[in-house]
Design a protein around this ligand. Structure first.
Ligand SMILES: Cc1ncc(COP(=O)(O)O)c(C=O)c1O
Length: 442
């Protein structure tokens, strides 16, 4: 998967291209009506009906937007819905404070800035993530030092963290990937031992839990995304949460050019403009009212899908650590074992399953190998900060074999297959089973 596909509308476009191809194949197919021939080879697809779309709206989203529009209080300072949402989200998470930002990327950037992370610093981070997690670190002229991945859970391997800590390490940044939790007991224990703050990338983890606490609230700060594919969508928006009052105050100042929230405080600190208009918060307040029932449906269908896929050889499901609680299933993660599919490649499998009408995609690519890393390291800014020896050392350690394996084998089903009926889920299982049984045809 290209990393932008997972979270962007392109996934839907890609899927509908796949579905369009299905109808052509089934009409022109050599053996129409034969359910034992793979659709990619001209057989009848398991499914031609669309899965539910996401995001979803109703009259309340419309009414809230109209209300915001008509009250002419559109900006961060006087918007009606922004403070409502910041309060509501903090209450939902049981966390001290929440600061809304234009997106999750900006929440992460704010977190790094308010924790003083900058040139010369190293941040320990998951490599199996969306590009935003890393971009923000490098924007601060800090080095993302990756921690290898845990193949079973797709999270950063908690036992691979500590030996990577150096005198330059300034934070640990676990990503709760697909809505499952990173191993927070181990992350927090290491952080405490080494006096490091923890920035949780909870951009995919709305209301997911670790030992009964909401993820995003266990570390020093947590960052959320409300981009349109997320479980709590608003088009584009994000939030930073924390139990540290001083950090909430710093985040408020940072998003407003460093202006002190106190009257007459002036521009006391470094900052930028990460304020948003009220419309996104108007949508968020509406989406919040439906969050629980949709989440319950998504999670019940995910459990049902897990059961169903147990009978399909060669497909390993993303696991959760026993200590974690709720997995929110932003995405349903799986790993592919080609040996169980007559040697067919993961890409052939994905193509075949898409042709059956099931929207599946490949997981993240190894971000540590993307050209932007070298481009940053070779830039004037990085070369001014880091010695050639330090950059060489960084390059030499930039090998993460388990993450490579995870990237080569992982796949995901988007939440669309989990927010409809049990029949939708049955179709997914049937699609997997059909492709598995007939893999020799690929
Ligand atoms: C793990 C992760 N981190 C950060 C982000 C960035 O969030 P946003 O797209 O709202 O900037 C995303 C968004 O997809 C994400 O999935």
């Amino acid at each position: 998967m290209r990393n932008d596909i997972l979270t962007r509308r392109k996934f839907l476009e890609k899927t509908s291209v796949g579905l369009a191809a299905v109808s052509v194949a089934s009409k022109a197919g050599a053996v129409p009506g034969n359910p034992n021939v793979l659709a990619v080879k001209g057989g009848t697809p398991v499914r031609t009906k669309d899965f539910p779309t996401w995001p979803q709206t109703n009259e309340l989203d419309e009414a809230n937007i109209l209300k915001s529009l008509r009250n002419h209080r559109w900006c961060t300072f006087d918007g009606e819905f922004i403070p409502q949402f910041e309060k509501a989200w903090a209450e939902r998470l049981k966390v001290g404070g929440c600061v809304i930002t234009p997106c999750g990327t900006h929440a992460l950037h704010t977190a790094l800035e308010i924790l003083g992370i900058g040139p010369g610093d190293e941040v320990l981070v998951s490599p199996y993530t969306y590009i935003a997690t890393l971009d923000t670190i490098m924007l601060c002229y800090a080095l993302p030092v990756f921690v290898d991945s845990d193949l079973k859970t797709f999270q950063l391997d908690p036992d691979d963290i500590e030996h990577r800590i150096t005198e330059h390490t300034r934070a640990i940044l676990p990503v709760h990937i697909f809505g499952g939790a990173a191993h927070m007991d181990k992350v927090l224990a290491i952080a405490e031992k080494h006096h490091l703050p923890v920035i949780e990338d909870a951009c995919q983890g709305h209301m997911a839990e670790w030992r009964g606490k909401k993820i995003g609230t266990l570390g020093t700060v947590g960052c959320f995304s409300f981009q349109e594919t997320k479980n709590l969508p608003a088009g584009e928006a994000g939030a930073l949460v924390s139990n540290h009052e001083d950090l909430i105050a710093k985040a408020l100042a940072f998003r407003d050019f460093g202006r002190s929230p106190k009257a007459g405080g002036g521009y006391a600190t470094r900052g930028t403009k990460y304020r948003i208009s009220d419309f996104a918060a108007a949508v968020l307040m509406a989406q919040l009212t439906r969050f629980d029932p949709i989440s319950a449906l998504r999670e019940a269908n995910a459990a049902y899908l897990r059961e169903g896929l147990k009978s399909v050889p060669g497909v390993a499901l993303q696991e959760s650590y026993p200590e974690s609680g709720r997995h929110n299933y932003y995405c349903f993660g799986l790993r592919y074992d080609r040996a169980q599919f007559s040697g067919a490649s993961r890409e052939q499998f994905i193509k075949a399953l898409n042709a059956e009408g099931i929207p599946i995609g490949a997981g993240y690519t190894p971000l540590n190998k993307e050209p932007f890393i070298e481009e940053n390291l070779n830039s004037r800014g990085f070369r001014a900060i880091y010695s050639p020896e330090r950059l060489d050392k960084y390059r030499k350690q930039n090998h993460y074999p388990r993450n490579d394996e995870l990237c080569a084998t992982s796949m995901y089903l988007s939440q669309q297959v989990l927010i409809g009926s049990k029949q939708d889920v049955d179709d997914v299982v049937e699609g997997f089973a059909k492709v598995q049984k007939n893999a020799a045809m690929l």
